[in-house]
Ligand binder design. Structure first.
Ligand code: NAI
Ligand code: MG
Length: 476
């Protein structure tokens, strides 16, 4: 692990195994950090923040280092794609074109922020002569806990803006996928970033993650993962009232209106659920099709599922890899059992594949309804639940789509501009896509309403997470 610029083992000497989810072979072992390691890393980050060379760098120098990380990722892009494929089971082409490319873009976008993080002069009206202004200061030492579905990309969403703001970092990747974060750790020194600014701890959530979330000297915690753990993070953060941002689960609706370009909508809504084996927080897991086109949509999405080539992600012809872990495979299988028991019709898929590796068939469930567990809970696998709507009243359609405790993303498929933009207003979600799904861009704020989280990442909004506003008033 990387602590204070040095590669170290866990104090306890404990390790955790890293598995290739396509073969179930153990690839290597990495340190299993615990509280003692978190304490060391936070101390290093605190020193680097308060008194190290990092705190004296000019915005332009910081900008250059963040940009350099993007360049270094680009130089090693194929290697990172292979690591992600091996560790998370991703098709290597997707890893290269989406995960790694996205991470490079994020570092480059964020590299533009240090020189633009300006305060304001404030036109106050108090009696007398005043000069009032604000400063934007880095929030301090930040703890960042990320999941396994997009390991390098989630790292970039967290690390790039925090560095741009001038914070120091203790990052904990998911126990299932620690490898790209460790490789990234080697680039940190190459980019010229001083020791202690970026610390990377591998370890289990219950030990390392919980200690980081509760640490009294961490000023802010940024988390992406399950809604359940998000709530634990909020409780742990209460001890010192550290700032919290949360990127949590979803049950995103994809709504297909009868006037949509159906070929496009069918391919797009299939990709919305099958991309990354359905392990996306924004996955289009609730598909709503107008009753007049319902049968065509169900058949079309099932046909798309049939076209996907399933196998080891390192085979470049593969479209669908394994799920990330045995836990995730058990979870998806359990949901299928529940869906069948509650009366869902399995149109295609529904089963595990083979006896080695965590493969699961892309699955379409029809005849689903709002009370079923498969419709209410996040499955996080390649399983879509289709429901029909017969209403042309947009409020009624939106009410149907909003019938969830989540509110991350929604997609609307139509050629009618009025329908598209009226639906964009009526849906309670942080992100709306029109004739697209699973969209993302470094400049486009990402995050959710309701139990999908707190705050927005990327775009200019994310800089709020990593800065404090200081108000200054001078009596003249
Ligand atoms: P998780 O929420 O347990 O794991 C995410 C991260 O949190 C990992 O780094 C983990 O080590 C850490 N963590 C776990 N327990 C912690 C604790 N008590 N304190 C601090 N950190 C902790 O998610 P898990 O168990 O891997 O997956 C379960 C379900 O969560 C998935 O099936 C999916 O529904 C959802 N999930 C959602 C993600 C998203 O992108 N929104 C990403 C990963 C999972
Ligand atoms: Mg968990």
């Amino acid at each position: 692990m990387l602590i204070d610029g040095k590669w170290v083992d866990a104090r306890s000497g404990k390790t955790l195994p890293v598995e290739d989810p396509a073969t179930q072979e153990i690839v290597t072992h990495v340190p299993a950090a615990e509280k003692a390691d978190v304490d060391r890393a936070v101390e290093a980050a605190r020193r680097a923040f308060e008194s190290g060379p990092w705190s004296r760098l000019s915005p332009a120098e910081r900008s250059k280092m963040v940009w350099r990380l993007g360049d270094l990722l680009e130089q090693h892009a194929d290697e990172f794609a292979e690591i992600e494929s091996l560790d998370a089971g991703k098709p290597v082409g997707n890893a290269r074109n989406q995960d790694v490319e996205g991470a490079i873009g994020l570092f480059r976008y964020m590299a533009g922020w240090p020189q633009r993080l300006a305060g304001e002069t404030v036109p106050v009206s108090s009696t007398g002569d005043w000069h009032a202004y604000t400063l934007r200061e880095p929030v301090g030492v930040v703890g960042q806990i990320i999941p396994w579905n997009f390991p390098l990309l989630m790292l970039s969403w967290k690390v790039a803006p925090a560095l741009a703001a001038g914070c120091t970092i203790v990052l904990k990747p998911a126990e299932q996928t620690p490898l790209s974060a460790l490789r990234f750790g080697e680039l940190v020194a190459e980019a010229g970033i001083p020791d202690g600014v970026v610390n990377i701890l591998t370890g289990y959530g219950e030990a390392a993650g919980a200690a980081l979330a509760a640490h009294p000297d961490v000023d802010k915690i940024a988390f992406t993962g399950s809604t359940e753990v998000g709530k634990l993070i909020v409780r742990a953060a209460a001890g010192n009232l550290k700032r919290v941002s949360l990127e949590l689960g979803g049950k995103s609706p994809a709504i297909v209106f009868p006037d949509a370009d159906l070929d496009h909508a069918i391919a797009g809504t299939a990709d919305a659920i099958f991309y990354n084996q359905g392990q996306c927080c924004t996955a289009g897991s609730r598909l709503f099709a107008h009753k007049s086109i319902y049968d065509r949509v169900v058949e079309g999405v099932a046909a798309q599922a049939g076209k996907l080539k399933i196998g080891h992600g390192l085979d470049p012809s593969v479209n669908l890899g394994p799920l990330v872990s045995k836990d995730q495979h058990d979870r998806v299988s359990g949901f299928l059992q529940s869906g069948r028991a509650e009366g869902a019709e399995v149109v295609t898929g529904g089963n595990a594949i083979g006896d080695k590796g965590y493969f699961f068939e892309p699955t379409v469930l029809a005849q689903t309804s709002r009370t079923m567990r498969v419709v209410r809970e996040e499955i996080f696998g390649p399983v879509v639940c289709v429901q029909s709507f017969d209403d042309d009243d947009l409020d009624a359609v939106a009410k149907f789509a909003n019938d969830t405790e989540y509110g991350l993303l929604a997609s609307v498929w139509t050629r009618n501009l009025k329908v598209a933009h009226m639906m964009a207003r009526k849906i309670k979600a942080g992100m709306i896509c029109i004739n697209a799904h699973n969209y993302g861009d470094a400049a486009w704020p990402f995050g959710g309403y309701k139990q999908s989280g707190w705050g927005r990442e990327m775009g200019k909004e994310v800089m709020e997470h990593y800065t404090e506003t200081k108000s200054v008033a001078a009596r003249l």
